[in-house]
Design a protein around this ligand. Structure first.
Ligand SMILES: O=C(O)c1ccccc1N[C@@H]1O[C@H](COP(=O)(O)O)[C@@H](O)[C@H]1O
Length: 675
């Protein structure tokens, strides 16, 4: 068959899909073919992954299985299971092999690749004559298409003059080997049946929407593709399948408004206010995260770490003594304090360190305030064998010397931060700065739902295991959803983790407890929503405690974990749309709740979590016995016991004058960071 084609007709194959996101990209442009590489290669994909991608791929795209000397049974399996529509052979497969494939399925089409540069010994053809003979051989075989290529996904072009007059080749020809946006226009003069692109449309080893778009723009058949993509909405009834598959990944059950979050925005909040040097790395991080969060292997590995290492699921404990004592609503405690390392921080750390490892990073850095996130990060890095450096304010290092030792024991280097107030916000600044100097091998494990996109999304997703478990457990125990979920808020990671899977359940009240310190009418608090204003800091737009001229105010809380001057952007948004309530809890109320929980339930909770306990006591009284409150007990409080004792002593001796100045207030801070 002499298949002469006009330029407008040239078909497009995009080869080497690896991620669900690749399918999403292809669904935008709807090329004619999409290839899965099953041969040994950096693009090799498992059968299951290919199936998952095929399930979400526009149904008008023909899928091609790429093989090098495969086991024929594998091909049968992939055809039977509707994973591939066409076979592409790159090895020494002979006519007998081709015939067996045709016997199995007489309708199946086969593409045979011919290496124009480096043929194997049998098909040595590095001059015009041998190429001609090889082409002739396959023209007269049972294959349906020829693929002229330089190597197996090498990204190199071959000497196109070796093709001669393509019209004389008796089978339709796919042209491959280093085709990209710069050479496609020239290549279109050859008039192949199709272009086959892989390396030329990749960035950082993954298919790039931008590059595919450029290729299409540079090819004169753009109109055809555009028309096709316009039609796709009516044809593509798989888009629903797409959504439901993604929901089976890390996230479930989202508020409609939040679902529409674009470019890391939550309403007007969030964004990426960062130095240019970090932009590429954040784009890379987002792309990689979007891939891995849908990757069944990643999800399974993380779930195993949660279960086998961190000790999840954490207990949903019925606080019966408290409930009976207060009267009113039933109170349940989500016992994140029982996780390995003693708080919810490990959920995010395990997710991010695993992600970093998958991304090929070898070094982890993190900020820490009083040490809880630092210890969790050092733990995750030790377990997953990564180099680790923690940045910590000098003042915090002094106050939390034991945590410094714990981090060092776990193999981390702790770097003192001497800028600013030498506390948490300065540690964040320093870690960001360090990251800009070494993004190639380093991942920054940000400890809360803050910072530039995609961090608020990533941290929230890893912490959302808390609300997923609460929902499952409470439905099992009580057969209904809770009336309210209560959690303390610094940056807001345990709170968003506890809220997330309830955001769509409008009947469930979501209550975040901010650090009211010595009262929100004094200077000594960290109540960013109650008293803060909209601003931009640490890469995000949100609410921040600010001075008259917009400078970030020094903040105070009895809990060093809650004394962050801002709040994660998703909380700012949930507050504005009135989906969540944010209330201040003072130091005194928190200390009282800390002692109350210890006395009533025998649980010493973190002073951070005591803020949430205080609020639950306030609201439980006003509720009925069939109401249910779930409080997130974000961490354990052994670390706080001595400081609380001193705080009490100081109060009873009426000798807390020191605590009235901002410096001495800092000396009185307790606990661990909750940002
Ligand atoms: O892409 C691979 O890794 C691969 C491995 C084994 C056989 C074929 C492979 N790819 C094919 O190579 C061309 C694309 O080449 P390029 O990356 O654009 O230079 C295409 O036919 C792929 O199917």
């Amino acid at each position: 068959m002499n298949k002469a084609v006009s330029e407008e007709d040239i078909k497009i194959k995009i080869c080497g899909l690896k991620r669900i996101d690749d399918a999403k990209i292809l669904n935008k442009y709807v090329p004619d073919y999409a290839g899965f590489v099953f041969a040994e290669s950096k693009r090799k994909i498992s059968f299951d992954k290919a199936k998952a991608i095929k399930n979400v791929l526009d149904e008008t795209i023909t899928t091609v299985g790429v093989f090098v000397d495969p086991d024929i049974e594998d091909i049968f399996y992939l055809i039977k299971n509707d994973i591939i529509d066409i076979i592409q052979l790159h090895g020494n497969e002979d006519e007998e092999f081709i015939n067996k494939l045709k016997e199995f399925d007489s309708n199946i089409n086969i593409i045979k690749s011919i290496e124009m540069n480096n043929g194997d010994s049998e098909n040595k053809h590095d001059d015009g004559f041998n190429i001609k003979k090889t082409i002739e051989k396959w023209e007269n075989s049972n294959v349906d298409y020829l693929l002229l290529d330089s190597g197996k996904g090498s990204g190199k072009i071959f000497n196109w003059e070796l093709i001669g007059d393509i019209k004389k080749i008796k089978k339709p020809v796919f042209l491959a080997g280093g085709i990209n946006s710069e050479n496609i226009k020239k290549a279109s003069k050859i008039k192949p049946f199709a272009f086959d692109l892989s390396s030329g449309v990749e960035k950082n080893g993954f298919k790039s929407s931008k590059k595919i778009n450029e290729v299409i723009n540079n090819l004169d058949n753009i109109n055809k593709l555009n028309n096709k993509s316009k039609n796709k909405e009516s044809k593509n009834n798989k888009s629903n399948i797409n959504k439901s598959n993604i929901n089976k990944s890390i996230n479930l059950n989202r508020l409609d408004d939040v679902k529409d979050m674009n470019n890391g925005r939550y309403g007007i909040y969030g964004g990426q206010y960062i130095p240019e040097t970090l932009m590429n790395e954040l784009i890379n991080l987002e792309e990689q995260y979007n891939f891995y969060k849908n990757d069944p292997d990643f999800i399974e590995e993380l779930q195993n770490l949660f279960n086998e290492y961190a000790g999840r699921p954490s207990l949903l404990y019925f606080a019966e003594n408290m409930t009976n004592d207060i009267g009113g609503a039933k109170i349940y405690l989500k016992r994140e304090d029982l996780n390995h390392t003693g708080s919810h921080k490990i959920n995010n750390v395990l997710g991010q360190v695993l992600l970093a490892k998958k991304m090929g990073k070898t070094r982890i850095i993190a900020e820490t305030g009083a040490g809880q996130h630092g210890v969790a990060t050092a733990t995750g890095a030790a377990f997953l064998d990564m180099e680790c450096e923690i940045f910590m304010g000098e003042e915090d290092m002094e106050r939390q010397a034991l945590n410094v030792y714990r981090m060092e024991l776990l193999g981390a280097k702790v770097n003192p931060v001497s800028s600013g107030t030498k506390t948490l916000k300065d540690a964040v600044n320093e870690t960001m700065r360090e990251w800009t100097t070494r993004v190639h091998d380093t991942h920054y494990v940000l400890g809360s739902v803050m910072g530039p996109h995609p961090f608020p999304m990533i941290v929230r997703d890893f912490q959302s295991v808390i609300s997923r478990e609460i929902k499952e457990e409470i439905l099992k125990i009580e057969g209904k959803l809770p009336t309210a979920i209560v959690a303390c808020v610094g940056g807001g990671s345990n709170a968003i983790g506890s809220f997330f899977n309830f955001i769509g359940d409008k009947g469930v009240r979501l209550i975040g407890c901010e650090a009211g310190g010595k009262g929100v009418d004094t200077e000594y608090h960290a109540a960013s929503i109650t008293k803060g204003e909209i601003g931009i800091f640490h890469g995000m737009k949100s609410y921040f405690c600010q001075g008259n001229y917009g400078q970030i105010s020094p903040v105070y809380s009895i809990s060093a974990g809650l004394d962050y001057p801002g709040i994660g952007p998703e909380h700012a948004y949930l507050n504005d749309i009135k989906r969540a309530e944010y209330v201040p809890i003072t130091d005194d109320e928190a200390v009282e709740a800390f002692e109350y929980l210890a006395e009533k339930e025998g649980i010493i909770c973190a002073i951070e979590s005591a803020h949430a306990i205080a609020q639950s006591i306030k609201i439980a009284k006003k509720m009925d016995s069939d109401d249910i409150i779930v409080v997130c007990l974000s961490g354990r409080g052994d670390k706080d016991a001595e400081s609380i004792k001193n705080y009490k002593l100081a109060k009873s001796n009426k000798s807390d004058k020191l605590a009235k100045s901002s410096n001495s207030a800092k000396l009185n801070k307790l606990g661990e960071e909750e940002i």
